[in-house]
Design a protein. Structure first.
Length: 117
């Protein structure tokens, strides 16, 4: 197996129902990961270009499902199944889907979700 140019780590972390942060799994991340793997393979990108992997918590629960794209060092957030074809097409062109890229403020946990001390 050759090393791919990019690895997409899809958070599939699951938390109990009712957890204020929620979880990527509860927001459809497992289906996003499956579709991403299928579409990368269908486009012929899975062999050398990109691999979709599962990950545990990426610490961006409130903007999930989240995908960390490495070695490019950016995250996608609020990803839905409908976004997967656009993500795969951007990868094929060596680009990224800017509307899904997390902004610096997206990494800050909203105050209302922080545990009360």
């Amino acid at each position: 197996m050759a090393q791919r140019k990019r690895y997409l780590f899809v958070c599939v972390n699951s938390r109990p129902d009712g957890t204020p942060k929620g979880s990527c799994a509860a927001r459809g991340a497992v289906a996003v990961h499956t579709a991403l793997k299928e579409q990368l393979k269908a486009r012929g990108l899975a062999g050398l270009e990109a691999r979709a992997c599962t990950a545990s918590c990426l610490d961006t629960c409130w903007v999930g499902p989240s995908i960390a794209v490495e070695p490019d060092h950016y995250f996608y957030g609020r990803v839905t199944l409908a976004d997967v074809p656009e993500i795969v097409e951007a990868l094929a062109r060596g680009e990224r889907v800017e509307r899904l890229v997390l902004k610096p403020e997206d990494y800050i946990e909203p105050r209302e979700l922080k545990k009360q001390a």
